[in-house]
Design a binder for this molecule. Structure first.
Ligand code: BTN
Length: 258
């Protein structure tokens, strides 16, 4: 499947493909404020990134076999008003986990709140949502999926914690454009469900939460909450039973302690 086939009949209005970019999110952020609404959602795909960025100070490791793209959207398209924006991290992670499920035959991709996707406890996809202050109604959704990544040249910590979709299927590497197409479809469906306040969407996030019942620590700036994870709340926050009692986390980075 080529890129044109991948985006046919999806929400994407315009797509750019690059052999190599520093970061699809950087490119998207440069463009966002200047784009007409009629060109959105706008997709930027790169076969290779030389400076892929992750959440916080993380880098996104780039090798052949990785699907890397950014999508510029106006959440209002799905009636996602400001109050729902804090749920978008989980919504994107949940959609990617759902989209990848058909290529992972034994173990379901799970959501590590807020938006890492894990198979057998290893990271298969990472998401970086960003906004440009000059275009506050628009969101850049950056997604990296290890579709058929070898990790041979990867740093030790990446090799220890990552996995590739191709290791969980029938032995044939999934087609990157088919994976892209499935993610685009699922994002559209899930954003619509979020705009309609669908309880079924939240149920699915809960069922596929990798953290429920685990001992975790959530770091968010100066704040740290450690304890048993009680699962996701309706508003996509994470509930943790710490020594101070149940505490809600609205953002942060999770470390597993068990
Ligand atoms: C993370 O795991 O911390 C998030 C990784 C996000 C990586 C994707 S790849 C496409 C897009 N462009 C970037 O520079 N980063 C995101």
């Amino acid at each position: 499947m080529n890129l044109a086939e991948a985006i046919a009949d999806t929400m994407v209005e315009r797509a750019d493909h690059f052999d190599c970019l520093a970061s699809t999110n950087d490119r998207a952020l440069e463009l966002t404020a200047g784009l007409s609404s009629t060109t959105l959602p706008y997709l930027i795909v790169a076969d290779r990134q030389t400076a892929g960025r992750g959440r916080g100070r993380n880098r996104w490791f780039a090798e052949d076999g990785v699907l890397t793209f950014s999508l510029i959207v106006e959440p209002a398209r799905w009636r996602l008003d400001r109050g729902l924006w804090p749920r978008l991290s989980v919504a994107v992670g949940g959609a990617v986990a759902e989209a990848l499920a058909q290529w992972s035959l034994r173990d379901r991709p799970l959501l590590k709140w807020p938006n890492d996707v894990l198979i057998q406890g290893r990271k298969v996809a990472g998401i970086l949502n960003e906004t440009d202050a000059a275009a506050p109604d628009r969101l850049v959704i950056g997604i990296g999926v290890n579709v058929a990544t070898s990790f041979l040249g990867a740093p030790e910590d990446v090799r220890a914690r990552a996995t590739s979709l191709s290791q969980h299927g029938r032995g044939v590497a999934p087609d990157r454009h088919e994976v892209l197409r499935q993610i685009l479809w699922q994002l559209d469906l899930d954003f619509r469900a979020l705009g309609e306040h669908s309880p079924a969407l939240v149920d699915r996030w809960r069922r596929h939460c990798a953290l429920t019942g685990r001992l975790i620590s959530v770091g968010d700036g100066e704040r740290r909450v450690s304890g048993a994870c009680l699962g996701l709340e309706d508003d996509a926050s994470l509930l943790v039973r710490s020594e101070r009692g149940p505490e809600r986390c609205y953002s942060g980075t999770v470390t597993m302690l068990d």
